[in-house]
Design a binder for this molecule. Structure first.
Ligand code: NAD
Ligand code: KPL
Length: 306
């Protein structure tokens, strides 16, 4: 039987990381690019490059624009959380009646917004702890081993195509509770990333602000418990301290976004926790204050605060 084509929407860091590994395994892949200009630029290259441990391999993955008319059976949405809904809306008419849509976005909020736009499709949420960045256009550096947790909030059964991820060497695990995974990563990101921006430090620099981290974790755990995510609250402070120690020399992704003048995913991280707390009448003064300080910091640098 012929394999179903993987349409990868967004040829950024994670999209390229997935697309090149799928192509390396001989699986059919198509990149979906924003417009004709991007398609022309891509077609002028030999393909998409994958770099790992000093080795570089280029894959001539065919590409198309959002407005191509090829039907989509399996879509990997690999843009930022703030772009996901609009990007999916642009290809919604191309999805088949039984399409699977994988959502790679960090944080929470964008996945439900996308799922509401395409009620017929099976939406699978992914929480990724892999790391990648683009060293130049159309070239991705695999920067950090990790895994991909996949799950579906509507159906428990894992899709048969998970074997293709194995074939492609994409580390993954199916979970019956993807919401807990996403909430836990969100909490971790909320406890670390905004403070690294405000204190202008690497993750390890937060060891000098241990009291602030501890108080924030206590409030995050309280909100998680109140919103029915007790599992994600368990051992949160310990995990945050472990991540701070293990990544002490690194700059958080939000720190890097701000330093490079890029929009952050604040709305889907701190914004989502604060909105959830407000919706259930749960006091979260430290998180709200942190969010306001971060917004002020972003505004002062001319960056969007949503
Ligand atoms: P990125 O900015 O490198 O890539 C996003 C790509 O999507 C860009 O190339 C952008 O041009 C494209 N895009 C946006 N709108 C589009 C549209 N309408 N049509 C076509 N393309 C469009 O982002 P990334 O780092 O790959 O992150 C993607 C998601 O994965 C984020 O939510 C991020 O937090 C999460 N994540 C990233 C990493 C990482 O190491 N990069 C790790 C874990 C999670
Ligand atoms: O995921 C991260 C990020 O920088 O976004 C870590 C390293 C866990 C810090 O929150």
């Amino acid at each position: 039987m012929n394999s179903v084509c993987w349409h990868v929407l967004g040829a950024g860091s994670l999209g390229s990381l997935w697309a090149t590994r799928l192509a390396r395994a001989g699986l059919p892949v198509r990149l979906i690019l924003r417009d004709k200009a991007r398609l022309t630029a891509y077609n002028a290259q030999a393909g998409l490059a994958f770099n790992e441990k000093g080795q570089r391999q280029t894959f001539a993955i065919p590409a198309q624009t959002l407005s191509a008319d090829e039907p989509i059976q399996r879509l990997l949405v690999a843009c930022k959380a703030y772009d996901a809904e609009r990007a999916v809306a642009a290809v919604a008419h191309r999805l088949t009646a039984t399409a699977d849509v994988l959502l790679l976005q960090n944080g929470l909020g964008s996945q439900d917004a996308v799922a509401a736009r395409i009620p017929e499709a099976r939406c699978i949420f992914v929480s990724s702890t892999e790391g990648a960045y683009r060293d130049e256009d159309w070239s991705v550096m695999f920067a950090g081993q990790g895994s991909n947790w996949l799950g579906d909030t509507q159906h428990d059964a894992a899709p048969a195509w998970l074997d293709e991820l194995k074939q492609a060497g994409i580390p993954h695990q199916w979970t019956a509770d993807i919401a807990e995974r996403l909430w836990r990563k969100l909490a971790l990101n909320c406890a670390i990333n905004p403070l690294t921006v405000l204190h202008q430090c690497r993750n390890g620099g937060l060891q000098a602000h241990a009291e602030q981290v501890t108080a924030l974790c206590a409030e995050l755990a309280h909100v998680l418990q109140r919103c029915g995510q007790s599992g994600a609250a368990e051992g949160l402070l310990d995990q945050v301290q472990q991540v701070i120690a293990a990544t002490a020399g690194n700059y958080s992704s939000m720190y890097q976004d701000v330093a490079q003048g890029r929009r952050t995913e604040i709305r889907y991280l701190l914004g989502h926790v604060c909105a959830t707390a407000a919706a259930i009448d749960c006091a979260a003064p430290k998180l709200n204050q942190l969010r306001l300080r971060l917004i002020e910091h972003l505004n002062a640098r001319g960056l969007p605060s949503d």
